[in-house]
Design a binder for this molecule. Structure first.
Ligand SMILES: Nc1ncnc2c1ncn2[C@@H]1O[C@H](COP(=O)(O)OP(=O)(O)O)[C@@H](O)[C@H]1O
Ligand SMILES: [Mg+2]
Length: 252
């Protein structure tokens, strides 16, 4: 079916023609394929409305949305035009699950979103504290929203309060790392910037996660541990010097 025809057919019932012709969502101009993806998720009943932009990064935009029950969702929309798809491609093909990916911008970005979703699914099923992965379609990943009323909760790096029980948070983060490692996933970008704090810590941003079969899995794990330990050390927490070794044992 031609693209235009598809738009017409699919949008008929929910009067989305204006939305599509303006190519604007929440004041942002999205490319057509992204709009189609959002639209498809609406048609499938995964999302009902887009509410506000939470964070605009170089490679993705996170948008607060709602489903028909009025529950808050977070949409991570990967940007197609601005991403460094060549380095994404290199990362992807080094992951045995994605080694056949073509060097094509759209193909790379959609698989990047798929990888984040798969990693998050494995983490969530292993009971790791992270957003609940709900759906992925093309370059749009839908997950549960961490925070209240569409207002995102801060990352650990953004929290300045000294009163927080950093020791307790460190213990929790260590437990999450054990669960994730046992589930066979190495985050590879784990740091205080990718942990949200609400009622407890939530690990986010799984797009770079690899399986423990990756040739550099241990190096990545060591780097994750280093980032986490350095952060908590600055918070005067007594850190676990054996953390890497004990996690490593879960892989070997
Ligand atoms: N599930 C979520 N709930 C609420 N806010 C989120 C969620 N996922 C991401 N965010 C917000 O978007 C920001 C960027 O998300 P992240 O996945 O780290 O993307 P990036 O690739 O830009 O680093 C987070 O710091 C947080 O503010
Ligand atoms: Mg991040």
């Amino acid at each position: 079916m031609a693209e235009e025809e598809w738009v017409y057919k699919e949008s008929r019932n929910i009067k989305m023609e204006d939305f599509l012709s303006e190519r604007k969502v929440e004041g942002k101009v999205y490319d057509k394929r992204t709009l189609m993806a959002i639209f498809k998720l609406m048609k499938r009943g995964v999302i009902k409305t887009l509410e506000s932009t939470v964070k605009e990064g170089k490679e993705s935009i996170v948008v607060a949305a709602k489903n028909k029950e009025g529950e808050w969702l977070a949409l991570k929309i990967y940007r197609v035009e601005h991403c460094d798809f060549k380095s994404m491609w290199k990362y992807l093909i080094s992951d045995h699950r994605f080694e056949r990916i073509k060097k094509d911008r759209w193909h790379v970005v959609t698989n990047w979103a798929k990888r984040e979703f798969r990693n998050m699914q494995i983490a969530y099923e292993a009971n790791v504290s992270c957003p609940k992965p709900i759906s992925v379609y093309q370059n749009v990943l839908v997950m549960s929203f961490i925070g209240e009323d569409g207002i995102p909760t801060p990352t650990l790096a953004q929290i300045e309060e000294e009163e927080l029980d950093w020791e307790k948070i460190y213990e929790q983060v260590k437990e999450e790392m054990v669960k994730l490692t046992k589930a066979g996933i190495i985050h590879t970008d784990l740091s205080a910037f990718n942990i949200l704090y609400y009622d407890k810590a939530y690990i986010i941003d799984f797009s770079q996660g690899v399986t423990n079969r990756h040739p550099l899995a241990l190096n990545f794990l060591e780097r994750d541990v280093k980032n986490i330990n350095e952060f908590f050390k600055k918070k005067n927490v007594k850190i676990d010097e054996n953390l890497f070794d004990s996690l490593k044992r879960l892989i070997e």
